[in-house]
Design a protein around this ligand. Structure first.
Ligand code: F6P
Length: 345
């Protein structure tokens, strides 16, 4: 194997708390191996446009508890840019990068996997609040997003009960319902709606009415942005992605379901779209520890020459799986937990 002298670190796709904790851990471990470390700016855009800088210890000092990513992020796909792959190869040579630590969600890591076909070495790191990366019980950022959404549910309970209203909380997750499910269970939501189980409006109304019969004249409904009613060809406004990789921007289902509930029940209904608050702020301790373990493992895999592998986290064990195996299917939803959550309705 060619000797590794310089590793490049990039952070792509949706940022999250604890992304910086990964960078910090990877940097320190790389220095143990006497590697030079290059910070690639703004995800894959940094290698398309040659925007990178050598990282020094002071760059990663004091960032463990800081949300976001010091390297910046973007949703850029070299495979969708004319000569994009060639530009990446040229800049890898320009910065003498021997291997890449690719931090991000599925979209970012699929690019890393595809580039391995062009003999570009790298290791994948699962970081996304969506928590939809296979063979990862938790991806970095998910626990922090759940904490934020759970706190929002706690806050909504008091105002919902004061005004006897139905409160809808729309959370992120793209096509996955993990944030909705975990925060809904943690926050004691009265109904949790996720993309993996299309919902029925009659059932939604029935849950609300049954609560009223029990004297609860308010309800909290957590809905994932990708959730959809069973009604066929329901048109949900989906804004096309602006950049060349950003998938269509989801959002809006909360207002749609609120209108339908008010129409069917006559009960005052309000909507809170949590949006990018789930992506910001300080990481939880859990995420900091996970990020540290994962960042170190990514550099160890690089040192061992295990390229085109993804760092994974299952059963509290940090391990590695081939990227092909990880990325060929999204992580299946925990429908047992979903069913368990329904006994409280
Ligand atoms: O993938 C993370 C995520 O936060 C999704 O949950 C959400 O739908 C999307 O990113 C938002 O994308 P952007 O930050 O580009 O608006």
């Amino acid at each position: 194997m060619d000797e590794i002298k310089t590793i490049g670190i990039l952070t792509g796709g949706g940022d999250s708390p604890a992304t910086n904790a990964i960078i910090r851990a990877a940097y320190v471990k790389a220095k143990n191996y006497k590697y030079k470390v290059v910070g690639i700016k703004n995800g894959w855009d940094g290698l398309v446009n040659g925007n990178a800088v050598e990282l020094k210890r002071e760059h990663v000092s004091g960032i463990l508890d800081r949300g976001g990513t010091i390297l910046g992020s973007a949703r850029i796909n070299p495979f969708k840019i004319e000569n994009g792959v060639e530009m990446v190869k040229e800049n890898i040579k320009k910065f003498s990068i021997d291997s890449i630590i690719c931090i991000g969600g599925e979209d970012t890591n699929i690019i890393m996997h595809r580039l391995s076909q062009y003999n570009i070495k790298g290791v994948g790191v699962p970081q996304t609040i969506d928590n939809d990366i296979n063979f990862n019980d938790y991806s970095v950022g998910f626990d922090s997003a759940v904490e934020i959404a759970t706190d929002a549910i706690d806050k909504l309970h008091t105002t919902a009960s004061s005004h006897h209203r139905i409160m809808i909380l729309e959370v992120m997750g793209r096509e996955a319902g993990w944030i909705a499910l975990y925060s809904g269970v943690a926050g004691g939501a009265d109904l949790i709606l996720i993309p993996e189980v299309p919902f029925d409006y009659d059932y939604v109304v029935d849950v609300i009415e049954k609560r009223r019969e029990r004297g609860k004249d308010y309800s909290i409904i957590v809905i994932a942005e990708g959730a959809r009613p069973e009604i066929k060809n329901t048109h949900i406004e989906v804004k096309p992605g602006l950049s060349n990789i950003a998938p269509a921007q989801l959002g809006g289902i909360g207002n749609i379901i609120a209108k339908e509930i008010e129409k069917r029940t006559g009960y005052e209904t309000r909507v809170t779209v949590l949006g990018h608050l789930q992506r910001g702020g300080r990481p939880t301790a859990f995420d900091r520890i996970l990020a540290t373990r994962i960042g170190i493992k990514a550099v160890d895999l690089t040192h061992e020459g295990k390229f085109d592998f993804m760092v994974c986290f299952e059963g509290n064990i940090i391990k590695a799986e081939p990227m092909e195996k990880v990325l060929s299917n999204s992580k299946p939803m925990d429908l047992d937990l979903y069913e368990m959550s329904r006994i409280f309705y």
